[in-house]
Design a protein around this ligand. Sequence first.
Ligand code: 13P
Length: 408
Amino acid sequence: MPLVDMHDMLNHAYRNHYAVGGFDLVSLDFLEAILAAAENCRAPVILSLVESHFDHYDFELAMAATEKAARRATVPVAIHYDHGATLDSAVRAINHGCNGVMVDASHESFPANVAHTRRVVEMAHACGVAVEGELGYVAGVEGEDAAKHPGEVEYTSVEEAKAFVQRTGVDCLAVSIGTVHGRLRGRPKLDIERLKRINEAVKIPLVIHGGTGLSDEQFHKLITSGVAKINYYTALADAAGERIRTNARADARCGYTGLVHGIQDAIRAEVERCLHLWGSAGRAAEVLVQCRAWQSVEHVIVYNVEGASDAQVEAMMARGRETLSRIPGVRRVFTGWAVQNSQKFRCCWLVQFAHEKVIESYRDHPDHTAFANQLFRPIAGDRISIDFAEVVRPLETMAANGRQRIHA
Ligand code: 13P
């Protein structure tokens, strides 16, 4: 179960002066290693999927594995969509199971960034999902040499940060204060004074992108100045790459499993180092007790039809599956006939909502009301509709038992 509301998770870190790691994953090895590290350290963790990596793996398949792994974890987990470009990609992320989304409109003008981010916040908050906005520009590309993509770092302005947070309603803010994405030569110079002033002005959790290559002291200063989430990828990719090169040197003819042997250990060791350094190690139990669980809702309708043939009903069901599954916050739409003809109701809908908040936003969504009024209600007179919340194991029990797995 331990999927946890990301807004609550980040606010816990912000109030208690530590940072949660947002680790980008690109394969099952990364997923398993990040969660093993979090469980070994009893740390809350954010599993992050970056839009720019979708050339390397299938987002929908990766999400299925990520959600499954998060649900069976024994530490609190959030699933975050990193660097999303459009409103549509944020909807897709939520409908596939992310409970945090980032809007990356930092390359747009200030008013355009505000308008774009505001639209994503309205949609996502109606689904109970937390939103990260970005202001200023963090140069570089995750996983590559920073020198190859120097770009122009554009520092976040304190005044703009304040106005941005007020106008957009974001839950956390990614700021540019000197870090860059990717592999560095030397250490970047960070503008900690600017970070402190932004923190004073906005008073919400701040996010640092480009965590790779910072010193222990720099991390400490970031966290004491309001940073509650650190995005981290290149160092994990490099640790995995180094292990593959070592394996290849040891046996020039080894196949795939020989090449990737031990990469989970290499990634896990680096994640564990970060979790201790950033203060999230040992916080899992508190987060489980103090933060809301992330729970889905099943919207169930059983009904009988009047004055329509089975073929007409099936056409209506097909339209419903297509239309309703595109509404923000809808995870799955099932339509079916009762298996036994003797049942009181012959047909059903099962619509899974990402979160309780979707009950309202779905009901009022124009695509839903048009479908319901024009196609469904005219033929489905006799019906019962109930929303069921997923039963989750009480968080207190979970935290107290602390069902522990140690990953060696
Ligand atoms: P690094 O790859 O530099 O660690 O940055 C990761 C990141 O910021 C992802 O959003």
